[in-house]
Design a protein around this ligand. Structure first.
Ligand code: FE2
Length: 299
């Protein structure tokens, strides 16, 4: 770890600001830590409505059509066009351990999914409504965005018993702009605890270099290139145990991870990744939008 990087012991935590008007102290805390917890940002009604809509979409999905899995450990997903072409669609990704040896789902369909992505916020009215509120627009402004656009949305299921580990990574590896502008908005739709695989962050770790970059090669393959092989200071990770309704904001460079969910409870979360339209978005990034579905901000 570079001596100039000040790794902190805690994640700054505030009550959700009225109207999204994040105060100067909270903004400063975010800049210092690279991560910020905002309690009670979303009402339980809104959380429930999004979960209900996710359930409806899952009900329409037939796992027999797709054996695609997402794994940051095995990266099998990254060669798969089902994933690569999902930037402007609503697609479903199963957990590594979803199927047993005979090819049957081990658990019910809704408890077999890793995530749904990556354009619910532009394609589904309920997700659109959740993702675009005056509070989020104001928050983005206070965080320094000039022209924020929501690049992708993901519904994370983290199902009971088979919810997979997510190894330490930076989201700017996958969502890269020049200059870097990615910020993640992570909404807890259910309580996230140590038992069900809550997120962990390394506060202050956003000042570390970008360690990897995922690029699309000319033949269409996605390759993750290592830019800096220094190990993460994972001994300094801090668990973000947060109740449903909490919003966690984190810098694209923030190292974060989550343990497997071995409990009997799911850990549903919804994430948005926001970039600044004024920054250059390279053609080598995996996620490319068709002209039919232009990127939009919070309005
Ligand atoms: Fe991530």
């Amino acid at each position: 770890m570079s001596a100039t990087v000040d790794i902190l012991d805690a994640i700054p935590s505030y009550d959700a600001p009225e109207g999204g008007r994040l105060g100067d102290a909270a903004v400063a805390a975010y800049r210092q830590a690279g991560v910020l917890v905002l309690r009670d940002f979303v009402s339980s009604d809104s959380c429930r409505r999004l979960q209900q809509r996710a359930n409806e979409l899952v009900a329409e999905f037939d796992p027999a059509d797709v054996r695609s899995v997402f794994s940051t450990t095995k990266q099998t997903q990254l060669d798969d066009s089902y994933f690569i072409d999902s930037g402007d669609k609503i697609r479903f990704f199963l957990e590594d351990d979803a199927f047993d040896e005979s090819g049957e789902l081990r658990q019910a369909k809704e408890h077999s999914l890793n995530k749904m992505g990556h354009a619910m916020h532009d394609l589904d009215p309920v997700f659109d409504t959740f993702s675009r509120t005056p509070e989020l627009a104001e928050l983005a402004k206070r965080l320094g965005f000039d022209d924020p656009v929501i690049l992708q949305s993901m519904y994370i299921f983290k199902p009971p018993r088979i919810g997979g580990e997510v190894v330490c990574h930076q989201d700017s590896t996958y969502i890269y702009t020049e200059p870097e502008s990615c910020i993640g908005f992570w909404f807890a739709l259910e309580d996230a605890t140590l038992e069900n695989g809550c997120m962990h962050f390394i506060p202050g770790g956003h000042k570390l270099p970008l360690k990897k970059r995922n690029v699309r090669k000319q033949d269409g393959r996605l390759v993750t290139e290592t830019l800096d092989a220094t190990p993460w200071p994972e001994d300094r990770k801090v668990a973000a145990e947060v109740p449903a309704g909490t919003l966690v904001i984190f810098d694209g460079r923030m190292p974060h991870l989550s343990a497997p969910n071995q409990s009997s409870k799911s850990r549903h979360a919804y994430t948005l990744h926001v970039i600044d339209r004024r920054c250059h978005y390279p053609a080598e990034n995996w996620l490319q939008r068709s002209d039919q579905l232009p990127l939009r901000g919070f309005a």
